[in-house]
Write a protein of this length. Structure first.
Length: 349
């Protein structure tokens, strides 16, 4: 539908223009109060200073539309998309904006008093000096939004996500900020007098410089520790000392330490009379010298043999090689020696 046809039918009293295509149309300063443009396409349409009071615009596509200075009082924009739209100085008093998408939209100096923004997406929106007094923003997302100097007195900010938002010099007098997320939020010179901060923590905000907290109600873990306007530093981690029992052993002194401990243990065995039992021989020693000789356990009461009386056995005399053990095998007798000359003579014969 073209603009001329729309204006002609509207002048004739027709108001139902649902699902019509008016993308990129030029409609500045027109009067379209009470019009029904549900699910219509108004992408990049210019409605500068137009009058749309009481219009039905639910689920309408208004992305990148120009609505600067437009009158949107009591319009229904529920579910509509106004991503990147321009609404500077627009009037949206008592407008119904349930789950409306204002991501990246410009709402500087806009009049949003008593609007219903429950569940709306205002991430990255520009709301500097916007008037949001008495607005209902429960469950809305304002992550990264710029709310410097905005007036949120008496507004309902329950369960609002304000992560990374800038609220410097904003007015939240008497606002309801229950279960709100304020991580890395800039609250410099914010007026929180009489606000209800039940289950909302100010510990991780970026800036709390000159914040007015008089008569703040139901604050949980509100620890104002950062007044300098800088990002809070993480707690310093102090390294624990390693106990001596778990300290690493110097490899250069490892052998000497083991040898000294083994020597001390040998001394204890001597005192207990256990050195002769051969227990000390089982202890490992780390030393550059030759390994210790392991003695065969013997009866301590048996007399030591006389080294001089021990003579090597003579293999020529089997009787001397007899052992007391009956199971030991007997060695065969050595054959008699023969003269080689006698063998040659016997061969000739």
């Amino acid at each position: 539908m073209d603009v001329a046809t729309l204006l002609t039918k509207y002048a004739a009293g027709e108001r139902d223009f649902r699902r019509c295509d008016l993308g990129k149309s030029w409609l500045p300063g027109v009067n379209l109060g009470g019009i029904n443009l549900t699910e219509a396409d108004l992408n990049q349409t210019t409605l500068l200073r137009s009058d749309l009071e009481g219009a039905e615009l639910s689920w309408t596509n208004l992305q990148n539309a120009n609505l600067n200075g437009a009158n949107l009082t009591r319009v229904n924009l529920s579910g509509a998309s106004l991503r990147g739209a321009a609404l500077r100085l627009a009037v949206l008093v008592e407008a119904v904006l349930l789950e409306t998408d204002f991501c990246g939209a410009c709402l500087v100096d806009a009049d949003l008093r008593r609007t219903f923004l429950t569940g709306a997406n205002l991430s990255g929106a520009q709301l500097q000096y916007a008037d949001l007094r008495g607005a209902f923003l429960a469950g809305a997302s304002l992550t990264g939004a710029d709310l410097r100097g905005a007036n949120l007195a008496g507004a309902d900010l329950s369960r609002v996500n304000l992560t990374g938002a800038n609220l410097a010099e904003a007015n939240l007098t008497g606002a309801t900020v229950i279960n709100a997320r304020l991580s890395w939020t800039n609250l410099a010179q914010v007026n929180l007098a009489g606000a209800d901060l039940t289950n909302s923590s100010l510990v991780t905000v970026i800036n709390l410089k000159d914040v007015l907290l008089s008569e703040v109600r139901n604050v949980v873990e509100t620890v104002v520790t950062n007044q300098s306007g800088t990002v809070p530093e993480p707690p310093e981690i102090v390294a624990e000392e390693i106990p001596e029992s778990t300290a690493l052993i110097d490899t250069d002194s490892e052998n000497s330490q083991i040898v000294s401990e083994t020597a001390a243990l040998d001394g204890n065995l001597d005192e207990l009379g256990l050195a002769e039992t051969g227990l000390a021989a089982d202890l490992p020693l780390v030393s550059d010298s030759a390994p210790p000789q392991i003695e065969v356990n013997q009866d301590p009461t048996a007399p030591e043999p006389d080294q001089e009386s021990i003579t090597p056995p003579d293999i020529n005399h089997p009787d001397t090689n007899a052992s007391n053990d009956d199971s030991a095998p007997e060695l065969p007798a050595k054959p008699p020696e023969t003269n080689p000359e006698d063998e040659r003579l016997s061969l000739r014969d």
